[in-house]
Design a protein around this ligand. Structure first.
Ligand code: GTP
Ligand code: MG
Length: 231
């Protein structure tokens, strides 16, 4: 299984970016935000390892890898500020801690649809983790056709000062759903696309999202049927 780290935790870069955005006069705030980022990153690394171990155990015991690959990213200070503006949050560390749960984000791309819920179940069993938010866009797809399971987990982190729990957002989806989401994202952000073309593709993509879901379920059924013939 491959784990891809999209932007590695780089304290110096982060400090420079945060200072630029928050303003160097608020050195205190920059320091606090940097601390918070570090703890969230630690939480994400712990959860990433738990997911890798889970996949390895399934491979050993069931000859099946639920996870195709894992992606990990830290929210850039710029997108943090944009999100806070959009949500009209006061630019304080308190509102980051209370309202923003995706400073650290993991994307788990699975082989089959059932794997998404198997992983959720297994994480739920780990008694020191707590699922504090859940959005099931697989059983309840978005109007766009978007399908994924979004979870926010509180993960215990041991700092020199003691134990703290930090949130990590996980997006779980199949390979097909992931491919679809990348393309749909491209359509959304390529703003120079002519409007009639956008309308046409929006509709086509809604249909394709349902087609992909159906095909992935069919493939899963074949795979599960074949399991009885493995020795
Ligand atoms: P945030 O406060 O930004 O988390 O908003 P939210 O909690 O209302 O959003 P949600 O958790 O539903 O989705 C946030 C993320 O899911 C986005 O940043 C995207 O990565 C992904 N996402 C949600 N809807 C879509 C969609 O229709 N298309 C694609 N491609 N991605 C989506
Ligand atoms: Mg969200």
């Amino acid at each position: 299984m491959i784990t891809e780290n999209k932007n590695l935790f780089n304290v110096q870069q982060l400090q420079t970016d945060l200072s630029r955005l928050v303003g160097t006069e608020s050195a205190n705030q920059v320091g606090e935000l940097l601390d918070y980022y570090q703890k969230c990153h630690a939480a994400s690394a712990i959860l990433g390892t738990r997911l890798e171990n889970l996949d390895e155990e399934y491979q050993t015991q069931h000859w099946h890898n639920p996870i195709h690959h894992l992606e990990s990213r830290i929210k850039s200070p710029k997108s943090l500020i944009n999100k806070m503006r959009k949500k009209q949050l006061a630019p304080t560390i308190k509102s980051v801690q209370e309202q923003i749960f995706d400073i650290a984000g993991l994307r788990v791309v699975t082989n089959y649809p059932d794997d998404v819920f198997t992983i959720e179940e297994e994480l739920d069993k780990q008694t020191d983790l707590e699922i504090i938010r859940r959005k099931d866009y697989i059983h309840h797809p978005k109007a766009s056709g978007y399908r994924s399971l979004h979870l926010v987990l509180l993960v215990p982190v041991y700092q020199t000062s003691g134990s703290v729990r930090l949130p990590v957002e996980i997006q779980l989806r199949t390979m097909g759903m992931d491919m679809w989401a990348s393309l749909e994202h491209k359509l959304r952000y390529k703003t120079r696309t002519p409007e009639d073309k956008i309308d046409q593709y929006v509709t086509t993509l809604q249909t394709y999202a349902a087609d992909i879901a159906q095909i992935e379920t069919n493939l899963q059924n074949i795979s599960q049927d074949l399991n009885q013939y493995t020795d």
